[in-house]
Design a protein around this ligand. Structure first.
Ligand SMILES: *Cc1c(COP(=O)(O)O)cnc(C)c1O
Length: 390
């Protein structure tokens, strides 16, 4: 009997080491990692530059406190603002914390302009985390049930539906912000239309709402650009990051720009661990390698290769609803629940995930190569075909 709280439906496997895009189980079997710890292991496993950077940082200084200046935080904020166009950064440890910071920032912004009960518009099928505020913002009842009373102050609309948002603008004077994922991850890899994103930007400007993007899963190079919003050629007011930012070392970030800049002042927000030197060294190295090794262009090309590979291999198979995504954020939607494919793929030496019950989700490390992409298609496509034709 394990003494761990029973919070996860875990698979009966443990990995003892990783190397590049491969994980090895305790019996020595190897698995192609097409999930990257849910979009976390940006540089794959045991990347020599990351190992070197965090080893050196661990031997120098792991933690001080946000009571003091932390030069590596300042460097990381410089890097993140330079590659995003945003103005300032708060460092946290996780995605839900980054979103908590965003939601707090929106409320503070609202109160400062005299809105008594500020509300944030959120989307159906969204996922923002497991803390009380972020599970309340999440568009999935399963995440919320049993944890009522939910945090108030959220208004929900369908994703990619401008009309619904315009109705909110007419009917809800307490709204101060809109929060959504440029690519919904947990919800099944739904990509926001660039036109929709731009229209939301315009609507936010018209009503003095903050446009807040949860890029916890899609940010940091995965979609072929640093950030999802860059596909729509706009700048949000607030953006949250986490998952891939530290390549496995926990770190999250909430960034602000334009009207949102300067909202937090001393005493408004904080984190004991947030942005400690070790985590910042991991994030800086992750950004360096993504840029230096051209991993964004590679993500775009490989995503294309994987999607067209599956489209070819599954051509004419009935039961494929869609093969979609952007860069290395890929979903294959089937016409039926397909959770069993996770186990079948694992037995075939491939690690994948199924989300929203019927969407096979692929989130490989950005260090994936062409041969890895072909191997993924070669191993997984026949399993999908067999599953659908059974
Ligand atoms: C995973 C995820 C979160 C939550 O991140 P945690 O680090 O688990 O708190 C929030 N938003 C999105 C879009 C995510 O994919």
């Amino acid at each position: 009997m394990s003494h761990l709280m029973n919070t996860y439906g875990r698979q009966p496997i443990a990995f003892s080491r990783g190397e590049g895009v491969w994980l090895y189980d305790e019996a020595g079997n190897k698995y192609l990692d097409a999930l990257a710890g849910i979009a976390v292991s940006t540089l794959g496993h045991n990347h020599p530059r990351l190992v070197e950077a965090i080893s050196r940082q661990a031997a120098t200084l792991i933690h001080t406190s946000n009571l003091y200046r932390i030069p590596l935080q300042e460097q990381l904020a410089d890097r993140l603002t330079a590659c995003s166009g945003m103005d300032e950064v708060f460092l946290a440890n996780t995605g839900c914390e980054a979103n908590e910071a965003a939601i707090k920032l929106a409320r503070l912004y609202g109160h400062r302009k005299g809105v008594e009960k500020p509300a944030v518009v959120v989307m159906e099928q969204s996922f923002h985390g497991r803390t009380l505020a972020t599970l309340s913002a999440t568009g999935n009842r399963k995440v919320q049930v049993g944890f009522e009373p939910l945090v108030a102050g959220f208004v929900r609309v369908p994703f990619n539906d401008l009309g619904a948002l315009e109705k909110v603008a007419l009917n809800c004077p307490s709204v101060v912000a809109v929060l959504f994922e440029p690519v919904q991850g947990e919800g099944g890899i739904h990509v926001a239309d660039a036109d929709y994103m731009r229209a939301v930007r315009a609507l936010c400007d018209r009503h003095d709402w903050l446009m807040m993007l949860d890029e916890v899963q899609c940010g940091v190079g995965r979609t072929g650009k640093w950030f999802g919003f860059q596909h729509a050629d706009l700048l949000p007011d607030v953006m949250s990051l986490a998952k891939g930012l530290g390549s496995g070392v926990p770190i999250g970030a909430c960034l602000a720009a334009g009207r949102a800049t300067g909202t937090f002042q001393p005493g408004n927000h904080g984190s004991t661990f947030g942005g400690n030197p070790l985590a910042c060294a991991a994030a800086l190295t992750t950004l360096d390698v993504i840029e230096g090794d051209g991993l964004m262009a590679r993500a775009e090309a490989l995503g294309e290769r994987i999607r067209s590979g599956f489209a070819g291999a599954l051509d004419g198979v009935s039961g494929i609803r869609a093969i979609r995504g952007v860069g290395l954020m890929i979903g294959i939607e089937l016409d039926r629940p397909c959770g069993v494919l996770v186990e079948r793929a694992r037995d075939a030496g491939v690690l994948i995930n199924v989300t929203a019950e019927r969407v096979v989700r692929l989130l490989p490390p950005l260090t994936f190569g062409e041969a890895d992409a072909d191997e993924l298609v070669g191993r997984l496509a026949p399993l999908v075909r067999e599953f659908l034709e059974a």
